[in-house]
Design a protein around this ligand. Sequence first.
Ligand code: FES
Ligand code: MG
Length: 590
Amino acid sequence: MSNNTKRRLRSQDWFDDPSHADMTALYVERYMNQGLTRDELQSGRPIIGIAQTGSDLTPCNRHHVQLAERVKAGIRDAGGIPMEFPVHPIAEQSRRPTAALDRNLAYLGLVEVLHGYPLDGVVLTTGCDKTTPACLMAAATTDLPAIVLSGGPMLDGHHKGELIGSGTVIWHARNLLAAGEIDYEGFMEMTTAASPSVGHCNTMGTALSMNAIAEALGMSLPGCASIPAPYRERGQMAYATGKRICQMVWDDMRPSQIMTRESFENAIAVASALGASSNCPPHLIAIARHMGVELSLDDWQRVGESVPLLVNCMPAGKYLGEGFHRAGGVPAVMHEMQKAGKLHENCQTVSGKTIGEIASASATSNDDVIKPYDEPLKHRAGFIVLSGNFFDSAIMKMSVVGEAFRKTYLSKPGEENTFEARAIVFEGPEDYHARIDDPALEIDENCILVIRGAGTVGYPGSAEVVNMAPPAALIKKGIDSLPCLGDGRQSGTSASPSILNMSPEAAVGGGLALLRTNDLLRIDLNNRSVNVLVSEEELARRRVDWQPNIPESQTPWQELYRQLVGQLSTGGCLEPATLHMKVIARSGPP
Ligand code: FES
Ligand code: MG
């Protein structure tokens, strides 16, 4: 369709339908009471939703409340009419039991708004971890023209002359606290210094990773993900995003043209080079499933595992969001990937340019922050996908795994490539906190900490708890991390060597439920396997004794969620919601 062909838009089915004058009158009169004129509403101009994820309850996204004014200015200048509306809050750092519970709820709510209201396109305001996948999942299901406006990271944190990153500082400071090197006051002072401004986490945690993925998918304007929240460019990006969505509506440019199988592969490649959060695999798979694109953990292994770590940001490296932005952000990473032949260049983006066009114009200005593909921080640093005799799949983020582990992973035939560890099993985070310092467990450096009951059903949403700290006594001896394993997730800001997202989870009868403390686990990273050294007969005996132990739901949504949710390996989606429903946005009023 040519760029400026005026055609009847979806919103006119509400606002200008003489054959249903009574309904049209109802729709028009109540929107007029906010000062809009009948002429505006019946002018045939695009009505653009602004899906507002910011609020006092979601501090990482709160500045979107102000940014929306710049979005509205852009929409108006491009001839559209903005309508801002709230999205269910998702605050990663404060939502109990876990913000993951809200991703699918916000998704459902947003789908209903995009389907049921007179909108021709939508600006998705994203930021804090799950706000980005929730918005992209809804854009996928409805296939309404949509563009992402990231909120951007906070300014870099500093403490006593050192760069400190959100989240990452907490995992470090909790060890100092356990070792008695700082007290509660010192702990609070150090950790809160990581948040010097508005914005989301300044580390390459889930928020920055997922916004970078949105950009790599082609769903935001080039450079959008990394602009720090307080920079003037953020407001300018908001304005440009508002302008652009109007043209996208006239061009009928929809998510299904942008989020294709090839663009998901681009997102995996870029995420791997970023040292992205271990939450990205389930989120990306969820977005793809709602888009009707087949994507699985095998694709993360196949496309991402061999990709080197290029981005030198915490937790895998040393810089933070401001450094990443100044070095060129996502387009500069894509530039390196393009040179190495690791990008599908023809993928479309919301900007109207292809990924290849954006990448070729975007060399980094600082190759200590964004490394050349041939001289990376680490080779083969994507996610690996493991399996074993008591589970089907789990992931490990190789960009943060220490050298001892990596040696076994990168070993050659004949070299030592397995290690064995004694399992210490915890029934969820409360049990871990109650017992980790119990001397009777005799935890030493040859142990692996195991946590279960933390998957999508067990701890509804799935808890970010697998990165467990060793007992204080061990930390005092200088052992500040142990391998961990579990059916929960871990924070994207953590550098813990963990085997995560184990599926199926213990709560639904996965073999993890059968492990016992002091079982030996044999881990072979080279062959991507983890096996418990217990006979099949013994596991079968334990299975007979096993009783499901799912705690009671505390709210109606927790109960519904548990009944409908799948495992992390397939995105933690509400399974009935993944039936493909692209027709929605093409329809008029329901
Ligand atoms: Fe919101 Fe990290 S807690 S982005
Ligand atoms: Mg998190």
